[in-house]
Design a protein around this ligand. Structure first.
Ligand code: HEC
Length: 131
């Protein structure tokens, strides 16, 4: 009997390992992405963009596009265009290509999108982003 128990335990552990990669329900992996994105944002971006994303800091306050939550974007406001800005930078914003991994860039972009969405009213979604 104990043998069986062990086997069951092993299967459980294996299943758990699998669910840590790609088989999570979309909502959960989205949340994890946002939590990771928020951490990156606070560490790398908030010094200029402010924690709430309004960009009212000494460094960035006079650049209108530094406000990430006013719904106005240099590009079309899509994740792709936001990602381009993060990768390439735009004076005086440094580029993050090579400083953040592709995954980190994806996470922080997802967080910026969520931040602007939840600040803009309208579509509020369940998120781990606000605070
Ligand atoms: C040294 C200050 C600084 C840092 C650090 C910084 N930014 Fe910026 N960012 C700016 C400024 C200033 C602008 C506006 C300049 C411009 O593009 O006209 C800007 C613009 C942007 C835009 C374009 C917004 C729009 O309206 O089109 C995005 C997106 C953005 N930043 C995201 C980020 C993210 C994400 C990070 C962290 C990974 C980050 N920034 C780090 C200063 C900074």
């Amino acid at each position: 009997m104990p043998g069986r128990c062990l086997l069951a335990a092993a299967i459980l552990v294996a299943a758990c390992a699998a669910c840590r990669t790609d088989s999570l329900p979309v909502g959960d992996s989205k949340n994890r992405e946002l939590v990771a994105g928020r951490r990156i944002f606070v560490e790398k971006c908030a010094s200029c963009h402010n924690r709430n994303g309004d960009g009212r800091t000494i460094t960035a306050g006079r650049f209108p596009y530094a406000n990430l939550i006013d719904g106005k974007w240099r590009g079309d406001g899509s994740s792709d265009s936001i990602e381009q800005q993060v990768r390439r930078g735009h004076d005086p914003m440094p580029k993050f290509e090579g400083k953040l991994t592709d995954e980190e860039i994806r996470e922080v972009v997802a967080y910026v999108v969520e931040l602007s969405k939840s600040a803009g009213g309208g579509r509020r979604e369940a998120e781990g982003g606000k605070k």
